[in-house]
Structure formats: C-alpha cells, structure tokens
Write a protein that binds this ligand. Sequence first.
Ligand SMILES: Nc1ncnc2c1ncn2[C@@H]1O[C@H](COP(=O)(O)OP(=O)(O)OP(=O)(O)O)[C@@H](O)[C@H]1O
Length: 715
Amino acid sequence: MTTAPHPTHPDHPQEAAHLQGTIQAMLERINAWEDRDRNVGADLETSVTMADVAEEHAAVLSPHVHAPYFGSLRVRVGGKTHTLYIGKHAFRDLKGPHSVTSWESDVGSLFYSEALRWTPKRGPEGTILRRRQLDVRDKTLRAVVDLYDVDAGGDTGGREEVLLRRLAEGSTTGMRDVVETLQPEQNDAMRAPAGTHTLIQGAAGSGKTTIGFHRLAWMSHPDRGVHMARPEACMVLMPNAVLASYAARVLPGLQLEGVTVTTPETWAVGFLGLEKLEITDRTLTLLLTDRDNTRRAAAWRKAKLLGDLRMLQVVRQHLHGKFRAGLAGADLRLNVEVRRAPLTLTLDHATLSGLLEDVLARDPLEGYRHAYRAALEAEVLARANASDAEEAGVLRQVAQDLTRLLGRVFGNVLPVSEARRLLTDEAALRAAADGILKDRMIDVLLSDPLTAVPRPRRANADVTELPLMLAVQALMGGLGRVVGRTLEPYDHLVLDEAQDYSPLLYTLLGRATRPGHLTALGDLNQGLHGYKGPSQWADVQAALGGGTQLTLTRTYRSTRQITALAAQVAATYNRAGAVVGVDRDGPEVLRLTGGGVPHLAAQAVKAMQAAGHTNIALVTRRTADADALVPQLQAHDVDSQPITNEQARYRGGVVILPVNLAKGLEFDGCVVVGADADNYDPDTEYENRLLYVSASRGLHMLALVAQRDLHPLLG
Ligand SMILES: Nc1ncnc2c1ncn2[C@@H]1O[C@H](COP(=O)(O)OP(=O)(O)OP(=O)(O)O)[C@@H](O)[C@H]1O
C-alpha cells in the first residue's frame, strides 16, 4: 500500500524542488564516479584503484537516489539558521545545498529525540526550530508533515500521524527497518552509549528485535570512533532459525553486510566443534508433559542451577583440581644448546607448580593451555639467558618436552565429557563445589529429575548443559570469534529474546565480545523458558559486571483490538501491568466456533484475503496439527505452506506453523487454530504464555478458531 501524493502543506512545492535538486546532484556525482576517464592517477595502478573506489562509492549511493532522505531539521546555531536533510545514507554536495546527513550520525539523532537544544562537539549551543517528515518514494515527494515547529507552537502531533500511517501498511516477508519512524524512546535505546553493555526491556511488539539490528547499524557508523564495530565481526543470536532468516533480511537495507545471525545453540555447538550432536531441551519436555508438581519443581530447580553464575567457579575449581593432579610429581630437565654450549635447565616441581598457579589465578578467561605454555617458555628463555636472536632456536629445542608436559596436565579435557563428569561423579562435584555451593544445591545437581524423559538415540546434548560445556572450553582455549587459527573478541554481540539466556551464558558471552559491547533485548515477562533465564535484569548486570538497563514502554505491532485481547491473556502472568499500545483501529477479532476446525480456519483465511491481506498465518499448538492442516485446508480451496522445522523459510502468502516457530514473526492476519482449553491448558502458565504468542502475531486481523468453546481467556 502506498500513499498517493497529497501536496497540502504550504512548503510542498519548495520541498519538491529541493528533492529534485538533490536527486540531480546525486546523479551527477554518481556519473562522475562511474566515469573512468576522470579517475586518473599518476600511474596505471593508481588509476585503477581510484576508479574501483569511485565505482564502489557509486554503487553504495545509487540505491538511495529514489529516496535520498526522509526528514529535515531546521536548526539555529550561532545566530544562523540551517536546514539539514536526514537520510539513510550520507551525501556531501560539494557545490550546493543538497547534502544529506546520515540517520546514524550524532546530528541525525536530533531528528528522533525530543531535545530542543544540543551542544555540538565544537561551536556554540544549537536550537531546534523544526522537525519535518518528508515522505519520498520513487523520486517523488508524497507528503510533508511537521513533527515539531516552533512557529506553530511546538509539538504538532505529526509524529503520531506518520507512525500510524506506517503501521497501517501491509506486512512483508522479512523484518523492516524503521529508520524513518523511530520513536524517541527507541532512539535513546538504540543510541545508548557505546562501550557499556546495554540491557533493553520491552513488551512484545515494542520494537526490540528491530532496535537490536538498528543498534548494530549505529555501532558501525564512523562517528562511534574507537567503539565502531565492523559488521563482519558482529553476531546476533535469535531464538530460532526461522526468525533468524526473517530478521536477517533487514541487514542489506541497513548496510550491514556480513553480520552472523544465528541461534545460541547453533553458535555453541559450532564453536565447540560438535555440530553432529542433537540438541534437546528435556526440561521443557518434562515441564510440558509431567503432571507431577514435585518433579516439575525439581527439574526447574536443577535447570536454574546449571545456568547459575556460580557454576563458572565450580567448573574452574574442578579443572584446577584436575590440572594440579596432572602436574603432581612432575619436573622438567631440558637439555639445550645455547651459543654452541650445552646447558641443562631444571624446572623443579615447585617452579612448575608456581607457574601453573599464576596462570590459574588469571582472569578473564584466555585459555589455560596456551597461557601455561607461554609462562613455561618465558621461564626457559630467562634461565637460558637467550638473546632475542636465539629465542626461536631455544624454544624449538624444548618444544617436544613442553608439549609432553602440557599433555600430562591438560590432556583429556573435552567440554562434553568434562561437563558430564562434573554432574555425574559425586566426589568430583563435591570437591569442585566446595566453598561455592551449599550441600543442598549439590544434591540438586546430582539428582536426575528427567529420568522419565527419553534421550534421543543419536549423540546429544541438552540446552541446559551447553553453558557448562562452553565454560570448560572457555577456560581451556578462550572464547570469541574464530579468525583463522586464533580467537578474537566480537566487535559487538546482540542477544534477542534475552530473557532466555542463563546468567552463566551471559557471563561467557560477555567475555566473547569487546568490553561493554553486548546488547541484550528481551521481556522478562514473556519468557517461555524461565528455567533457563534470569529472574531479573540485576542478575544479568551481575553476570556481565555492569550494564545499563533501559525500558521500552510502548508496543507498535497490532491494532487496538488485537493488543487488548493479547493483554487479556498476558494479564494472568504478567507482573508488569498494562502495556501502552499505539491507538490504531482495526476490525473486531473474529471468533469462529462450532464446526470443523479446517472449515472454520479456511473461512477465516478467506475473510482476511477478502479484506486485502496476503501474508496470513495459521498458528497451531503442535507441529503435528500444522502438518495435518495443510491437506485439510486444500480441501477447502486454501493453498498454504507449512513451516514445521527450523530449516523452513518464510516466503509470504498463507503459512501454517506451530506456535514455537511463530515467536517473533508477524503477519497481516493471524488465525489461532485450536484456540481452546484442550490445546492450551489454562492451569499451566507456560501454556498461557504460548497462547499469548499465538494471539499476538497479527498486525491487522486476528481470528480465533475452536471446534467447541474458546479458551476461557479469549471469551
Ligand atoms: N518506530 C517504529 N516505526 C514503525 N514500526 C515500528 C516501530 N517500532 C516497531 N515497529 C514495528 O512493530 C513491530 C514489532 O517490532 P519487533 O518485532 O521489533 O518487536 P519486539 O519487541 O521484538 O517483539 P516480540 O517481543 O514480539 O518479538 C514490527 O512490525 C516493527 O516493524
């Protein structure tokens, strides 16, 4: 849906002329860049390089010619008035008034904030006179709306008008950028100071995922100075692969090429080199299937403890004990030749042990094996009194002996087996947890409340064990981004659905990135996996050693009717109270009951299509229901695509998917299939949370379908 041009604003003609001037200036610049004859340097090689660079500039600017900017700022600085145009890409018009400032720059921020004054890095204080939205599409100015205008008395209400118009548009098959309509509180969250971990709490639909990606774009802008992040050195972790691919489609528009977007499990097994392992979540299976409250509580307690911050100390103490035992009784006699003279160096046990203790006392994690080797080598070189030129030769002579010793101390420490040994060998656990965990906690770790939940036949690891395995790996070899044969910290890490990460995982991820370069976005009230996640943001701050916590208070996704219904469901478990929705009107929620579910579901889809919507989801409680529904709908003349595993990709149209894969996705219309108490047990909080996810996927239309009565919360 596009808005027709409506030139009602008195400045429309003048703005339209400025737009044409900007387009012209941009085209001229692109032509100049593309003209190889102009890019001539002193020699052929320089000329080729110059021409290549110029062509790259042209390629980057070209996509922005059809909409060079979306807003303007009128400011007064030092008695002079200027108008700055704000766009998705900066453009410097060297000869005229058609420059464009990029939205991620420090000045760009003034367009979104509510500030009326600012102090530039240099020069006198400035005053904002006007903020203006310019709806430009296909090189045409469609609307001029003032958001703030001193001459018109200040705030005009225009920001809300533009936002509502944008939200009324149809959904797309990938996440959209919101650069043009970013709201002040979102702007503050996105631009929270670089170099400080940032934790953003926000209700469903408040734009968390969107803000996470925009923050990466902001972080990769040169204005961030030493904190600037390279997209290819950044990673975003999302709850499932379907959502990851949906969200990643926003990257090119934000000029973020090369960011890794994946799930925490995929990243963890990849990093550990365990891609063949099947990942289970047996705690979740038990919580969903076992009716015994004592067992459920025991499973919950154990999962929570496995993700507790103190487990890092337990793993550390366990490994230290192992290394000390490995070194017991060892000494080193090294025969080397220095300056042609034979020399015997003896590193007795006390020396070896002292060096090991120095390494073990170090923090942060950097890899014990590597650090101990470096410490031994330094000791050998000092004793051999080797000059810089002789160092390599001496080290070559002792390499084998050192490797043998390292094998004795660090050999046989593999993440999977070591993490499991800790949890199954009572003596090992008691020794490792001594002084760290209370006895009753150790008993919880040794208990196995999941015996009734089958394990897959294939080699497997449970999501609750993964952080422990990562901890072992981190202590042994460090943690970070693999670059060739070394590890480097990520430039920036973004965690989506951050309520599902354990404090232990937080502390590990915090060490895998540059200091202060982790952004976590989540809703503690929405957690589907409370047994893994933190209870409060303060737990995350403790795990990361600090961090700023911000809150987004408004939600944008759905119409008033859908938001109100979803809020009704959330009220049963949500401690945060009512969420403020955007006041966007839509059709009443359709309630279809008393008949065959496929028939009713088809009826709902057809009603949505008749209203002009194309992207429609039918959300079922289980995967099997989704599979079964595809042919049943076909019998009612509705073609649909199933999304029933993480490899499937959302390509638009009518899709059927189970609720666990629907999280984070959104559609023009959403049909909750089987919206009753049989499918979503009203007595189980987890089920109510799932029902909330199902009911909150629609932007414009929602239908509830049940064979008999609707779920009591949807009445
Ligand atoms: N400033 C904005 N302008 C226009 N649309 C917006 C804005 N902020 C958010 N939206 C829209 O609101 C919807 C929800 O955004 P998003 O998915 O990022 O929210 P979320 O907080 O991650 O939701 P959830 O918790 O359900 O995953 C999206 O359609 C997004 O495009």
